[in-house]
Write a protein that binds this ligand. Structure first.
Ligand code: HEC
Ligand code: HEC
Ligand code: HEC
Length: 131
């Protein structure tokens, strides 16, 4: 799966990496492709109805809630969208990548090689400062 696809650079908000709990739990951090979802749903669906805060990492999301139908689980339930057993489709960021909004559509989020043994610096300082 390509998260970036053939999309031209045009998103006001890029992909969001969510890593409040993943690293600590030994899972790869989550990549949420914001634009992909925005073209399919109104902002309100997620930011009002489902209660997602307008802030990267601003939600306390865990798998119990997701399986219970909250947050991502409201759709990723095997009906509206593929279900939670596809761990790697969500947990696809490089280990050690901190929570942030991805500013560049050119930078690769998903590793093509096995993770390095040393955690990689998540956000380049320049990108962090920009955000
Ligand atoms: C639809 C997207 C999605 C799928 C599929 C998914 N997760 Fe998650 N998962 C998340 C999000 C979002 C978080 C919160 C990430 C964070 O803050 O670090 C999370 C957090 C976690 C956490 C840390 C919090 C907790 O609940 O303990 C673990 C462990 C985890 N997932 C395991 C899994 C496993 C194992 C699978 C497959 C059986 C899976 N996830 C599938 C989205 C997903
Ligand atoms: C399918 C669900 C979904 C839809 C639709 C959606 N968002 Fe989001 N949005 C999210 C999630 C998930 C996050 C990241 C939250 C997190 O990290 O916990 C987010 C984060 C954000 C952020 C914070 C980014 C930052 O800088 O921290 C903004 C702003 C935002 N969305 C605006 C919008 C707008 C405007 C729309 C409609 C044009 C929209 N969203 C549609 C789910 C959605
Ligand atoms: C409002 C419904 C909705 C919510 C909420 C939602 N998704 Fe999705 N998501 C979808 C749909 C629909 C698809 C397309 C499924 C398909 O192609 O079969 C999708 C696809 C995806 C994809 C694959 C994108 C691609 O390029 O193919 C990822 C990754 C993903 N979602 C992650 C998440 C994560 C992580 C969350 C929670 C933070 C989340 N989604 C919340 C509806 C949702």
């Amino acid at each position: 799966m390509s998260l970036l696809g053939a999309s031209p650079a045009r998103a006001e908000y890029g992909d969001v990496v969510i890593n409040n709990f993943s690293d600590a739990a030994g899972m790869r951090p989550v990549v949420f492709p914001h634009w992909f979802h925005r073209v399919r749903f109104r902002c309100k669906v997620c930011h009002a109805d489902l209660g997602f805060q307008f802030k990267a990492g601003g939600n306390q999301i865990n798998m119990v809630k997701i399986i219970d139908g909250q947050f991502c689980g409201a759709c990723h339930n095997g009906e509206l969208a593929w279900s939670v057993e596809n761990c790697n489709l969500c947990h696809s960021a490089k280990p050690g990548t901190g929570t942030h909004v991805h500013e560049s559509t050119l930078q690769k989020l998903a590793p093509t090689t096995p993770p390095a043994t040393t955690p990689v610096a998540a956000v380049p300082p320049a990108a962090a400062a920009k955000k």
